[in-house]
Ligand binder design. Sequence first.
Ligand SMILES: *Cc1c(COP(=O)(O)O)cnc(C)c1O
Length: 359
Amino acid sequence: MFEGNSNCFWAKRLGLEYFGGMNELWVKHCGISHTGSFKDLGMTVLVSQVNRLRRLKRPIAGVGCASTGDTSAALSAYCAAAGIPSIVFLPADRISIAQLVQPIANGATVLSLDTDFDGCMRLIREVTAELPIYLANSLNSLRLEGQKTAAIEIVQQFDWQVPDWVIIPGGNLGNIYAFYKGFELCRELGLVDKVPRLVCAQAANANPLYLYYKSEWKDFKPVIASQTFASAIQIGDPVSIDRAVHALKATNGIVEEATEEELMNATAQADQTGMFACPHTGVALTALKKLRDQGVINKNDRTVVVSTAHGLKFTQSKVDYHSREIQNMLCQYANPPVNVKADFGSVMDVLKKKLSRNI
Ligand SMILES: *Cc1c(COP(=O)(O)O)cnc(C)c1O
């Protein structure tokens, strides 16, 4: 469904104005895709394989997944296109309305469960052990094979030059490993001579990898993830933890985290330079901000921020931010609409005040 070949956008104004004169800030818009997230890249591979197995008369009644929203959207769309039943387990009230309505619209069996993502994951594993349902979780290497193409695209889009840094928001941690695999493949094939340094960016409210990194990889403990606007990465016990650690060690990687206020401010700033970023992209941009401030990423370093979903899936977070309706948050870049009486004088007063610096 025409997934892939996503735009690698030169975020010129964002880099120059908000990241200390960065000339080479790029945003890989993986969310501009059929169901609005990079999950399409993996799901097309997985569902194609299930399609093949069903034609070989393997007993597969359907495909199931637990999801923080985007996996289920991709699974249900590709299954619907192929005519395969899909079953999705979603944590009730923890995903956006747009993400909930996607599998509903595509005809999936949607189970809204009163637990978090980690709870959904445990349940679907138990269910798929009993029923002939193919499990589409991100440990499945078919998904990683699809997702790694985004890394190959990046290298190709820079004419086979490797960027210095690639920053990826991480939750269940399959994608950071998929990027590593893609870059490493290009290196092994001799297309390029190095791999970029990878940065995994987590929400501070769901940061088990960050804590592990800070302990110098000594002490991994799952956490109970709390609510975050970056709801697709609200995961406390990531299944691909070991793969992520491997990817980070092999690329001299770094893990950073973003508070809710930091990620929403970064999202708003990106939007004000013409993007329409999702909160996860805000998490990655916050990581960049911190590494710029620490002098780790230099202003001339070519840096790619991976935007994982389309902002239109997360409009409620933007509505809350711009109407300053978020508790304990200043929302300093809010741009609320001006309520004004529908007469010429009132409208002119507002516009003259607004434009006073320019007229
Ligand atoms: C799935 C997802 C992620 C996290 O990817 P993982 O492989 O789980 O680390 C990040 N952002 C968005 C929008 C996602 O849907």
